[in-house]
Structures are given as structure tokens and as C-alpha cells.
Design a protein around this ligand. Sequence first.
Ligand code: DGY
Length: 328
Amino acid sequence: MRPRVFITRNVPGEDALARLRASCDVTIGTYSSILTAEEILHGAREADALLCLLTDRIDAALLTQCARLRVIASCSVGVDHIDLAAATQRGIPVGHTPGVLTETTADLAFALLLAAARRIGEADRFVRTRQWTLARRWEPDLLLGKDLFGATLGIVGLGAIGQAVARRAQGFGMRVLAWNRTPKCVEGVECVSFNTLLAESDFVSLHVALGAETKQLIDEAALARMQPGAVLVNTARGAVVDQGALVSALRSGKLAAAGLDVFEQEPLETDSPLLQLENVVLAPHIGSASDATRRRMTAASVENLLAGLTGKPLPHCANPTVYAVKNP
Ligand code: DGY
């Protein structure tokens, strides 16, 4: 019997999906918004394989009700939406998509860094709201920002994306510091302690996965250690930052600006104070959002699913200990 695959929502990448359809019966959810737990269960209950997105919460309660499930592939690099321990306990390998989105996400981090440094959001609003009048055609002190050249960038998390951001920063003539839990040697990057990075950086960009150790890593105390007038960029996960403390730091001028693609709650609440702050550049979690990269993410997810369904190790497995559980 052909394995059944449930894909929670349509994803770009017809070629990869066709490869999956060649050997599997594929059902794609027709939902146009984030699935509820019931909707995920409805599709996954009888499935052998599940392709999910980072907005799909895959918890122990759901897994218990999906007795046939043999493999999960998340079309994301982050897997904080999946209970990995529960999946491992049930012998289910969980695939993810590192690598294919590295450069695209680094581009977005750098775009936010530049936009926050040079106040591009404010400049855009200035023009659109017709404040750019003949009387104010050019002003010596209009929208003054910060230079990247000669400034110090601190990279928190020197994985593939952090390293790709470092390469961009080097091209812009920045000094690059990095903190990584296990120190790494990367050319042109000075590995320093977390506190040194905070104290010496004009710009701080976050590239750590969300886990127990990184939750609210950037809290009130960390923000207090940063340079007055520093800029924070977050394209990792919202919960890595204490958002309330960040708002206070942006309001008080302790931080000059922030560029944010991820938030504690997504979408951002309509009454979020961040929406009122001029010195924040906001994006709706689009780090990996280029057409080519989204197709590559689908292809990588399909490779993970096909490997799992044929009993092979997943090319990119987020819970490799599952194989030890399966073959004690
Ligand atoms: C991921 O894949 O985890 C990213 O956040 C999506 O762009």
C-alpha cells in the first residue's frame, strides 16, 4: 500500500511535490490560515508521514493520536514548534531544513541591520506622509543614522546563518565579534564571551535556536550591558528576547533602534507597543522568504520524508537520538 502523506498547507515547489506523489498518496490541507490542533489531527491521524510548517504545533497529545506516523518533516530550520522528546520517544524522526535558507536569512538580517542603522522605515514614512516638502528639501540633520563601516557587529550564535552574516559584515568594513556556546574559529571573526560581545558591539544580531538555554537570552540585564545607542537585530526567534525589556530599552534611548523579523507572539498583537515605536523596523517572519529558497525548503522536506518512509536516516534530522532509541 502506498504511504499516506499529509502536508498541512500548500508549499511552493511543484517538482519536489511531484517526486513525493510518485510514490505516496499526498493530501494537502486547503487551509488559508494557521491550522488549529483539530485541523492538524484531522489530516495527520491516518497519515504515515507529515510535512508541517513552523506554525503547526506538533505536541505529545497530537502524536499520541497519530499512531501510523513514521516521519515528520518540518519545512523550517527551527523546530521549537515540535515536541522533539515526544517524537523521539515514539521513534519518529523529525526532519528540518538547515543549509538551504542560510544565505537568504542572512540577507534579511543584514537588510534589517541596514534599515535600522539608516532609519529606512522612518525615511519611507517621511516621504509617504508628505513631510518631505520644498521647505525641507534637504536638511543637514534630517534622519541621521549610524555608519556600518568601522563599527563593531556582535553575532550571537555562530552557526551557518551567523557565519553568513559575518561575511556580509566583513564586506561592509565592520569588526566582527561572535559568541557561540562552543567557541568556533572562523576567519575574520573574534570569538569573545557573551558579556564582552554585548559591551563592545554597536550592532548585535541574533542567530541562536530557541531552547531552554536561549529563552530570553537578551533580557533586561543583557540589554543594560549593551552599548548606549546600540542596534539589535533579531531574525532567530522572538522568545530569545524579553520583548517588554526591549521596548523599554528602545523607548529610553538605551538602544538606538531594532530590526525585528520574529516576535514573542506572531502575528504581533495589534496593541503591541512595538508598533508605536519609530525606531523599530518590523518584518512578518520573512527570513527565508525568497521564491528559490522556499522551493529548496520544500525539496529538502521531501527528501527527509522519502528517507523516513523508506527506513533510511533523514538527511537532516533534528532528533538524531531517535535512531539510538530505535536500535538500542
Ligand atoms: C525557519 O525555517 O525556522 C525560519 O524561521 C523560517 O524562515
